[in-house]
Write a protein that binds this ligand. Structure first.
Ligand code: HEC
Length: 315
């Protein structure tokens, strides 16, 4: 493995994961690392970092429960164990609720876009001892699990997935209902394939997560509210990674401060809806304009992202 000032290598995935786990989210602020690369197939980095499957939600995605579900779908803390520690969420495999064709994790995947969800990497409870990767399904397409709300099959499936396959904590009824509502709302965009990845995507998830936390906290679901707040911090971390290099140090400092301000709210027994609203107002007023101004100098810019990958690729 390259050491010192040399290029970091994508190929030592488990080593990279170990480093990421050791560094922790905040500690990795200066490191030139993009956490999603841990589960991206070699050679797919540029495609995975610059584009994502198109997202269309039925009904425009304005329903509050669907929005809460979208926040949880992108929140690593909904999952437990290794998945959560690697900052992985439902969206790591089902990007935008669709399918991540670039997903690859050693010991979990065969070809890119496949995963063995009953791998002991995720959970010992459901580990079946067989290496059994399956294609990651596009959730906009009706699949094996009935989406009919009357049967409750989707809710039961999602509970099993979270608790048994991903070692997550028992989800609250509100969390399960929201996640199921989101899965049912995922549309296929009339066949449109891809859209670029932008700051706006992460910013939208920050808003969705904090708003979901507000709603859950107001309803007395403190545990799920904390998962959503941690999800907002995760999205801030993803923005932080893209604002790499000395020229964007100010942006990173402000991102870190914003994330730290959320920390007590993620840990509080019941984050106050009022405090969450205030945080979000500050994010829109103080941080978003700064980030938007320098987006073209960040790794959200496609050319910069491709150059960054070329420079950091192993050999
Ligand atoms: C490591 C990658 C991975 C993660 C993370 C993941 N999934 Fe999946 N998901 C899969 C794979 C692979 C299948 C197909 C399994 C099979 O066919 O047996 C699947 C199947 C599903 C299905 C069933 C689709 C059908 O056929 O009807 C749903 C719904 C689903 N996932 C939702 C989720 C949600 C919600 C989360 C987060 C709680 C999640 N997944 C996390 C890989 C993943």
């Amino acid at each position: 493995m390259a050491a010192g000032g040399g290029p970091i290598r994508f190929l030592t995935r488990w080593a990279a994961l170990g480093l990421a786990l050791a560094a922790g989210v905040a500690g990795a602020a200066e490191a030139p690392r993009l956490s999603a690369l841990i589960w991206i197939a070699p050679g797919h980095e540029a495609a995975a970092l610059t584009h994502q499957p198109a997202m269309c939600l039925k009904g425009g995605g304005t329903d509050a429960e669907v929005q809460t579900g979208a926040a949880l779908f992108n929140a690593p803390m909904l999952l437990g164990g290794q998945a959560a520690r690697a900052d992985m969420s439902c969206a790591s495999c089902h990007s935008n609720g669709r399918r991540n064709p670039h997903f690859h994790l050693d010991g979990v995947s065969a070809e890119p876009g496949t995963a063995d969800v009953s791998s002991s990497f995720f959970s010992l409870a459901r580990a079946n001892g067989r290496f059994d990767p399956k294609p990651i399904p596009d959730l906009s397409v009706p699949g094996k699990v009935s989406r009919d709300p009357a049967t409750g099959a989707l809710e039961r499936f999602l509970r099993g997935l979270i608790v048994e396959e991903f070692s997550g904590r028992e989800p609250s009824p509100a969390a399960l209902a929201a996640l199921a509502a989101y899965v049912r709302a995922i549309g296929d965009c009339g066949g449109a394939a891809e859209q670029p990845r932008r700051l706006a995507d992460q910013a939208a998830l920050v808003r969705l997560s904090v708003t979901a936390a507000e709603r859950l906290a107001a309803a007395g679901d403190a545990g799920t509210a904390a998962i959503a707040v941690a999800g907002a911090r995760h999205q801030l971390g993803l923005i932080n990674e893209r604002y790499a290099g000395p020229a964007l140090a100010r942006e990173r400092k402000r991102l870190l401060a914003a994330s730290r301000a959320l920390q007590p709210l993620a840990q509080a027994r019941a984050p106050g809806p009022e405090e969450l609203r205030r945080w979000l107002a500050g994010f829109e007023r103080d941080l978003m304009p700064l980030l938007a101004r320098s987006e073209a100098r960040s790794l959200y810019d496609e050319v910069r992202a491709r150059n960054w990958i070329a420079q950091n690729r192993a050999d």
